[in-house]
Design a protein around this ligand. Structure first.
Ligand code: NAP
Length: 243
């Protein structure tokens, strides 16, 4: 019997794990990456790079490629590609399944302020705030442009933006340890942490460190993703593809 071809919408460590698991389970996974990272960690199996040219392009790719399903393992904040994946799969008449890490939830001692988007996060920071910004590199410009705040910006790959002198760039790849996060917050005299609610253990230590140090966290809530079958566990999603 021919192996089932599965299009994984990727760009996350979960997507890499999913590709390995599907390969081991006898599927033929093809992982699609947006192509925005210069040195991506590549998953096992076949890979395609770059946008599809919108939902219509993705539909054409699915229909002509003989795919049996779309497995969306994109980041919780990558809302557009998920919607495209959902719509294109429906049009192609194949299942759309999504892998979604559970969101972080505040616990006793946390001082979180939930905000809906980047704009609200920028506005809510008080004058004089020393910020640790951990939202990736795409949306940092409005923070850098705001008067009266300063701090550190951490990301995996350098931004092409020139940082003003009161902001310091830190390049680092998760996972991050609690000791390192604590050290960073203390040595840079941070008063506010700004984070996206990405969920997952790899970048959670900063929240524990902020709690320990009694620091406020501006937590950006997740954008809406499409409906569909949602799994928090890779094996459960792989199992559902066998049905
Ligand atoms: P997005 O806003 O949802 O998508 C913007 C466009 O980028 C899409 O319309 C699509 O272009 C292209 N694209 C995105 N993901 C793609 C994929 N896996 N394969 C092929 N094309 C893709 O996405 P984003 O927030 O810019 O994220 C881009 C990638 O980075 C995603 O793969 C995501 O998993 C990863 N990532 C995002 C974040 C985050 O905070 N947003 C964090 C970590 C990793 P076309 O319309 O031309 O098809």
């Amino acid at each position: 019997m021919p192996r089932k071809r599965i299009l994984i919408l990727g760009g996350t460590s979960d997507a890499r794990r999913l590709a390995s698991e599907l390969l081991a389970a006898g599927f033929e996974p093809v992982t699609s990456l947006a192509g925005v990272t210069r040195e991506p960690v590549l998953p096992a199996g076949d890979i395609r790079l770059g946008g599809f040219g919108g939902e219509a392009g993705l539909y054409t790719y699915l229909a002509s490629g003989g795919f049996a399903a779309v497995a969306d393992a994109t980041h919780p904040f990558a809302a557009q590609i998920s919607q495209h994946g959902f719509n294109a799969a429906r049009r192609a008449g194949i299942p759309y399944l999504r892998l979604e890490r559970q969101a972080w939830v505040p616990v006793n001692g946390d001082r979180w302020t939930l905000v809906a988007d980047i704009k609200s996060a920028v506005e809510i920071l008080p004058i004089g705030a020393r910020v640790m910004l951990t939202i990736g590199r795409k949306e940092i410009a409005p923070f850098l442009a705001r008067n009266g705040i300063s701090g550190i910006v951490r990301m995996i790959e350098a931004t092409p933006l020139a940082l003003p002198s009161h902001w310091q760039l830190i390049l680092a790849r998760p996972p991050f340890s609690l000791a390192d996060e604590r050290h960073l917050l203390i040595t840079h005299d941070i008063s506010h942490l700004v984070a996206k609610n990405s969920g997952g253990p790899q970048t959670e230590a900063k929240l524990v460190a902020a709690r320990e140090l009694n620091l406020p966290v501006i937590m950006i809530e997740r954008p809406a993703k499409p409906a569909g079958r949602v799994f928090t566990c890779i094996s459960d999603l792989a199992g559902a593809l066998k049905d």
